[in-house]
Design a protein around this ligand. Structure first.
Ligand code: ADP
Ligand code: MG
Length: 440
């Protein structure tokens, strides 16, 4: 076989790439290995593992008594496992590699990747996801070896010009402060921003990598969710939003696409993503709206005052979006229809026109429906608040069970325990100022 079927990016010390042209390649400390590792680590064997192409399936075969880790799973004995694109292969100690499957997309070599902020390698190949204004790629912290998600946001011409003209502060201290603030927003159910790197053209946000996919895909695939599963997922979303609202932060973009799952099981950890970006980038809500092309989750008061810049809404806009979320999770349908006809959608939202009729609603409890109507209440002042939602009977009736499940889940979750709020008060003051005044 001549053209390579894969690449291995070596993330030990200086970044290096190995191409994989043959049907099998051995890795280990022996000089006779195809990829020979000059390491003294005793946990790496002379012949540690083999990478194989079986048909068109890339595989790893363990050869070492210590075993090999593939995506965190311990492969022991003479076992073969398949390798997915972006798989992390760890040979004990700090020695590890990231695999790229070139058969999946031969044009996308890893050589397109680059080092950002002197410490992060952003893979150029495939995307982990694409949002309304960003592309999310796999990245690695070259210092710690941790795999991260890197959100790459092209900066608008306007933002760059404002910065140059001094209308938007760009000094190092401001950037450092913003970064510190984003990094200080810590909750087990919020995607953690680890670092922010800005260049003239792009903003790179380095985030905890979440591997279970979007809640959107789950709901789409299963045509909705069982009520008890939806309750556990929604409970976690409520906790994340409560945390933000207690800090006087409005999320503003709560939707199924922005809710990520740690595993494909709804009883795993849920992480709310996409926080604070609109403001950080100086992107007005109206611009985001046109870019998203969807009004589905937008509260009626936002539509009523469209064109006014869109920054003056209260936290209650999030509670409306939570109502849309819960409706969609429980029924697999959207309360106000799709945005194929934007005008019609807007009219329905402005009138809070939706129903809880039909077959899909027959199996939903009266409390579940009541919570939806309390959140999808037209008047912002009459709408249920986040603490109201958390003390709604739909939640409190099973409150003990939810808390118990949650504690168990957090213990199982690899890095949720780390998410302790650090320097709470000082950070809170900074946050309130920045998010409220839009000072940056
Ligand atoms: P946008 O602001 O453009 O909507 P998002 O932050 O929502 O961007 O990211 C776009 C998509 O990328 C998400 O819907 C998700 O599929 C994927 N993604 C985002 N963050 C992560 C992450 N931390 N780990 C894994 N995938 C992610
Ligand atoms: Mg998004």
């Amino acid at each position: 076989m001549s053209s390579p079927w894969g690449h291995l990016a070596s993330l030990n010390g200086p970044l290096a790439f190995h191409t994989l042209p043959s049907t099998h390649h051995t890795l280990g400390t022996a000089p006779t290995c195809d990829i020979s590792l000059p390491t003294a680590a005793t946990s790496i064997s002379q012949h540690h593992c083999r990478l194989l192409l079986l048909g068109d399936m890339p595989c790893l075969e363990n050869l070492s008594p210590h075993g090999t880790y593939v995506d965190g799973k311990h492969v022991e004995g003479a076992t073969k496992v398949s390798l997915t694109n972006g798989a992390e292969i760890r040979l004990g100690g700090d020695t590890f590699f990231v695999f790229t499957n070139l058969l999946e997309d031969p044009k996308l070599g890893v050589f397109e990747g680059r080092v950002v902020g002197e410490r992060y390698y952003v893979f150029g190949g495939y995307e982990l996801g694409k949002g309304s204004f960003a592309t999310v790629r796999l990245s690695v912290d070259l210092k710690t070896g941790e795999r991260l998600a890197c959100k790459v946001i092209q900066r608008g011409k306007g933002a760059r010009e404002r910065e140059r003209e001094g209308r938007k502060p760009s000094s190092g201290t401001v950037i450092a402060r913003e970064t510190a603030i984003l990094k200080n927003i810590m909750h087990p159910n919020l995607v953690q921003v680890k670092e922010v790197v800005r260049t003239e053209e792009c903003v790179y946000l380095f985030l905890t990598r979440v591997t279970g996919g979007e809640l959107f895909y789950y709901v789409q695939k299963h045509g909705g969710m069982e009520e008890h599963a939806a309750k556990f997922v929604f409970y976690q979303i409520l906790l994340a939003v409560q945390y933000l609202h207690n800090l006087d932060i409005t999320h503003r973009d709560l939707k199924l696409e922005n809710i990520l799952m740690e595993s494909s099981n709804p009883f795993g950890r849920i992480l709310v993503s996409d926080l604070g970006l609109a403001k950080m980038l100086g992107t007005s809500l109206s611009r985001m709206r046109t870019q998203c092309g969807t009004l589905t989750y937008v509260a009626p008061e936002v539509l009523a005052s469209s064109g006014t810049g869109g920054d003056g809404y209260g936290k209650c806009v999030d509670c409306w979006s939570l109502g849309v979320l819960l409706y969609t999770m429980l029924s697999g349908t959207l309360p106000f229809g799709t945005d194929s006809d934007g005008q019609l959608l807007a009219t329905r939202i402005k009138r809070a026109e939706y129903d809880l009729e039909g077959e899909e609603w027959e199996r939903v409890s009266p409390e579940g429906k009541h919570l939806i109507t309390s959140l999808l209440t037209h008047s912002p002042s009459a709408r249920l608040t986040i603490s109201g939602a958390l003390s709604h009977p739909w939640i409190t009736k099973r409150g003990d069970l939810l808390r118990l499940l949650y504690r168990k889940m957090i213990r199982r979750s690899p890095d949720a325990g780390r998410a302790e709020w650090v320097g709470r008060e000082a950070a809170r003051r900074d946050l309130v100022r920045l998010f409220d005044t839009g000072a940056y």
